[in-house]
Write a protein that binds this ligand. Structure first.
Ligand code: PLP
Length: 233
């Protein structure tokens, strides 16, 4: 068994345990393998081990991988900051976008989504800790509902939920507060749009805590593939 297959098996066990402890069904928790800076061979190892959802942050890097891997089988999630000149490539090649935080970006994705493809699944990114250099809308009900309504009116997009990245800290209590706040905003959004089903949060270091707070999509990189070689794009 490869290291990646081994790591995936371990994470699946941990997800099952965390879900049980929170009396949640594992059917509502999806694992996205975050493959930024990882090689095509590493992704293939994960595919062989049964992994189907992959997350990428950089468009150019992602397109090379999407081209090189079996199209039918894999589901690609864009989880990086969206540059305006990349929306067309994102709309053409991805199944999900987790980082929509403005009407302008939503409108571009809607316009550029090919008609032949099903609607693009969208999560609204919320800047949950109001960090200066982080993308996302303000963590306020009004900001969230305003953007949600705008996205709902765009036929080539399908609003699925929200996404957060808590502030980097070793303070578990702070991370927990961010997850609680996200859970609260998620439930408000669900009250307005009952079909909303996605709370995208939880990474290698904090996914068990995220599961306790209702996460439905985990974005995990390091714990699957090992440490990333940071390269300049
Ligand atoms: C890199 C990244 C992850 C994965 O982080 P790990 O700590 O390696 O699990 C998850 N979400 C986003 C948005 C990322 O950029």
């Amino acid at each position: 068994m490869t290291m990646i297959a081994h790591n995936l098996e371990l994470i699946h066990k941990q997800i099952i345990d965390a879900a049980k402890a929170s009396k949640r069904s594992i059917d509502e928790i999806c694992l996205i393998a975050v493959s930024k800076f990882q090689t095509i061979d590493a992704i293939k190892e994960a595919v062989v081990a049964g992994q189907r959802h992959f997350g990428e942050n950089y468009c150019q890097e992602a397109l090379i991988k999407i081209e090189a891997l079996p199209k039918e089988e894999l589901i690609w999630h864009f989880i990086g900051q969206i540059q305006r000149n990349k929306t067309q490539a994102i709309a053409q090649h991805f199944h999900w976008v987790h980082t929509v935080d403005s009407r302008l970006i939503a409108q571009r994705l809607n316009r550029q989504r090919p008609i032949a493809l099903p609607p693009l699944n969208i999560c609204i990114q919320i800047n949950i800790d109001e960090e200066v250099n982080k993308a996302g809308i303000a963590p306020q009900e009004e900001a969230l509902l305003t953007l949600a309504e705008e996205i709902q009116q765009l036929p080539a997009l399908k609003l699925r939920g929200i996404m957060i990245i808590p502030q980097e800290t070793s303070n578990t209590e702070k991370i927990q507060q961010a997850f609680q706040q996200a859970q609260r905003l998620f439930s408000i959004l669900q009250q307005h749009y009952p079909e909303i089903d996605t709370l995208s949060m939880g990474m290698s270091a904090d996914f068990k805590l995220a599961i306790q707070h209702g996460a439905t999509m985990l974005r995990i990189g390091t714990a699957i593939f090992g440490k990333r070689e940071r390269k300049t794009c």
